[in-house]
Design a protein around this ligand. Sequence first.
Ligand SMILES: Nc1ncnc2c1ncn2[C@@H]1O[C@H](COP(=O)(O)OS(=O)(=O)O)[C@@H](OP(=O)(O)O)[C@H]1O
Ligand SMILES: Nc1ncnc2c1ncn2[C@@H]1O[C@H](COP(=O)(O)OP(=O)(O)O)[C@@H](O)[C@H]1O
Length: 273
Amino acid sequence: MIAAGAKSMLGLSIASPKGVSDSSSRSVGVLRACVSMEGSQTMSHNKNGSIPELKAVNGHTGQKQGPLSTVGNSTNIKWHECPVEKVDRQRLLDQKGCVIWVTGLSGSGKSTLACALNQKLYQKGKLCYVLDGDNVRHGLNRDLSFKAEDRAENIRRVGEVAKLFADAGIICIASLISPYRVDRDICRTLLPEGDFVEVYMDVSLEVCEARDPKGLYKLARAGKIKGFTGIDDPYEPPLNCEISLGQEGTGTSPIEMAETVVAYLEHKGYLNA
Ligand SMILES: Nc1ncnc2c1ncn2[C@@H]1O[C@H](COP(=O)(O)OS(=O)(=O)O)[C@@H](OP(=O)(O)O)[C@H]1O
Ligand SMILES: Nc1ncnc2c1ncn2[C@@H]1O[C@H](COP(=O)(O)OP(=O)(O)O)[C@@H](O)[C@H]1O
């Protein structure tokens, strides 16, 4: 809860509907906070991240703004820049935002790796967020089935969300079967060079099927699930991924795999701003 004095110091104006207090309006989800832009200033952390400097904001001056765009079915839209940028957030977190995209068959260990990696990075003081296919399908993507075009839309949406997390300065771990190469490659193009790290869980169908922790392979073999990846639906392994895990002769425990990814991130400079 921001005190009224602090609100005015920060240039925040809180719009409350008539007769509704701040807290109750927040609880019904209609509180709108907007930053008063004209003549205001914003914070930019200096190198040691502690003492904020001020940098001027070019706010809404009433002047005509740049051209409008049309993107897909969204007509007359305008991209808004914010004075606090990705580089500022990265300095704050002392890390670089990126996307670790984990792909592989059901049962190949994607979620296990995602959690182990999240834990390892958390222990190092790095901020991560896991977008797991199974989980995202409980909410944002609940309207999507497993037919090819819905899987593509699933990957597209998660790719766009992961891009936002990376822009927030967060290390985003996306863990989805993502069976089609083209869908994964489209997600790669959303990010600057190097910021999309594709991790392939190179675990055979036989091993995944033997694990079958949810009993889905059994159901698929019995014809009770149609279009199950690896059984009667395709999986296209990456041709040129950054990291491949699970082969004989390499560390194959979840912790060893997570360490391999951490070493890669460290080597590429993602664990410092
Ligand atoms: N037909 C079919 N094929 C594959 N997987 C299926 C299917 N139906 C349900 N499930 C369950 O959904 C999980 C995969 O969801 P994803 O969003 O990662 O899939 S995809 O990327 O859109 O292909 C997958 O989770 P994981 O086992 O963690 O991969 C399954 O639990
Ligand atoms: N590196 C590993 N070595 C052995 N078993 C694993 C490994 N990673 C995961 N498992 C096991 O395999 C099963 C599937 O793992 P999970 O992470 O749910 O896979 P996915 O998310 O790809 O479906 C689980 O029972 C899990 O305990």
